[in-house]
Ligand binder design. Structure first.
Ligand code: HEM
Length: 433
């Protein structure tokens, strides 16, 4: 189903909400004003200046100035979907899960409504690079950095707010998988904020400000930071990035704006309050890198089913050549092994199911055993996690060659409603219908 793209206002926020911090409500010139004055957003500013030109020459013809400029500009909301799903993923992520402060269902509902209103307004201001006075000065002097703030709701939030009847069937709990080693200190949560920005300080400042908006209404539950290739360093900012195993990760992902993407990602049918929304699965997946590095390049390629350098399927061609799953090597073996990751996840073997993967690498130092605690913070938007993530992971957990080299350590599932109605807030249709 194709989704309508209708304009919406940048999260209506005519007057700064009284925030209880005692700070003045008057706005100071935001980052957009600062940057506009300095010429950073236009041609001839830093983006198009000497540094950019030097990088451009070194990187070769695939680099486009426009893509670099866009990576530092503000994201303009304009569809019925929340930002942070279809855009090119900026280099830095702060993912923060929250729990609502305990109260009666009615009080929790009121608190949830207030919090979603506050986050929607603050998110709109921050994305427009026009932070209100309470936002501090952390990100002053930095470009808008394609900041996006995306708000998710866990099934537990609806239960606590007395809205159990409104919990979408798509939020059915993700089952435990045999190889899971989930850390009880991470995972789940009543609410989630996915904050992405090209600059890490911009992401951190937004996360901090949004955290202050939660005071008295919700408390932090767990946080995961992530990163991926920066537009400034990439030869081609739109090229498929590499993960920490060195593979091109994201090659075969539905393209935003296509019917295939709409069908795979946006919520379909009921409930009505999820119109324009999607379901987000988050999995923290540790990579057992010391073990991975011990196997040969050919062995690593067989695990995935693609060559490491070009990302081409082992059946031949280039990165975007369709895999030929029946192709055989000279000695008669399947070119893409039976347990290769891309075979088990390919729509041909998953009843045609796809999802939009938007994950980030993470590196949290060492785990308790001294192994690198680094890997993939897997984020995937989908129409229905029951038929997408859960169905595919059920197969992967049983048969994926990659399983030997990874460990799922956290899991969470959120409903990500559509964009806020003009002057309203994310989730309004749920709370006021
Ligand atoms: C650390 C864990 C993982 C790593 C390193 C990894 C890596 C990769 C790589 C390198 C590819 C091939 C390139 C591409 O199309 O992006 C791929 C494809 C894919 N992966 Fe993973 N993956 C991981 C976990 C998962 C999980 C948990 C799922 C879902 C349950 C998943 C679903 C997919 C899908 C759907 C594709 C595309 C298949 C296709 O359409 O051809 N991956 N992954």
């Amino acid at each position: 189903m194709s989704s309508p793209s209708v304009p919406r206002s940048p999260a209506g926020h005519p007057s700064p909400e009284p925030d209880g911090t005692g700070e003045p409500s008057a706005r100071r010139p935001g980052r957009r004003a600062f940057l506009g004055g300095a010429g950073l957003l236009g041609a001839g500013g830093v983006v198009g200046g000497t540094a950019g030109v030097l990088v451009e020459r070194a990187a070769g013809p695939s680099t486009t100035q426009r893509d670099r400029t866009r990576a530092l500009a503000a994201v303009r909301p304009g569809t019925i979907h929340q930002p942070g799903i279809t855009e090119r993923s900026p280099a830095h992520l702060t993912f923060a899960a929250y729990d609502l402060v305990a109260g009666t269902p009615a009080a929790t509902r009121a608190s949830l409504r207030a919090l979603l209103g506050a986050w929607t307004r603050a998110g709109g201001d921050l994305m427009a690079a026009d932070p209100p006075a309470g936002a501090g000065q952390t990100a002053l002097g930095l470009a808008p950095s394609a900041l996006t703030v995306t708000i998710g709701l866990g099934a537990s939030a609806l239960r606590r707010a007395g809205l159990a009847a409104a919990i979408p069937a798509q939020l059915a709990p993700i089952p435990a998988f045999a190889h899971d080693q989930l850390d009880p200190a991470r995972g789940d949560g009543d609410l989630a904020l996915q904050i992405c920005a090209e600059d890490p300080i911009v992401a951190a400042a937004a996360a901090r400000y949004l955290h202050t908006r939660a005071a008295g209404r919700a408390t932090g539950r767990w946080v995961q930071h992530g990163f991926r290739a920066t537009a400034a360093a990439a030869a081609d900012p739109n090229a498929t990035p590499r993960n920490l195993m060195g593979q091109l990760d994201g090659t075969d992902d539905p393209t935003p704006g296509t019917a295939q993407f709409d069908y795979a990602v946006w919520a379909q049918g009921t409930p009505a309050w999820m119109t324009g929304g999607s379901y987000l699965v988050a999995r923290r997946i540790q990579m057992l890198l010391d073990r991975w590095d011990l196997i040969t390049l050919a062995g690593q390629e067989k695990v995935i089913g693609r060559t490491k350098v070009s990302g081409a399927p082992l059946s031949g061609g280039t990165e975007h050549t369709a895999p030929d799953f029946s192709a055989r090597t000279a000695d008669g073996a399947l070119a893409i092994p039976a347990n290769a990751h891309i075979r088990l996840t390919h729509p041909r073997f998953t009843d045609g199911v796809r999802m939009h993967r938007r994950g980030y690498s993470y590196d949290d130092g060492l785990d308790a055993t001294g192994q690198p605690d680094a890997g993939l913070f897997f984020l995937a938007y989908q129409t229905d996690p029951r038929t997408a993530f859960t169905a595919i992971q059920t197969t992967l957990d049983r048969a994926d060659a990659l399983s030997t080299f990874i460990r799922h350590t956290a899991s969470a599932l959120f409903a990500v409603p559509g964009a806020a109605p003009r002057g309203g807030y994310v989730g309004q249709q749920l709370l006021e219908s």
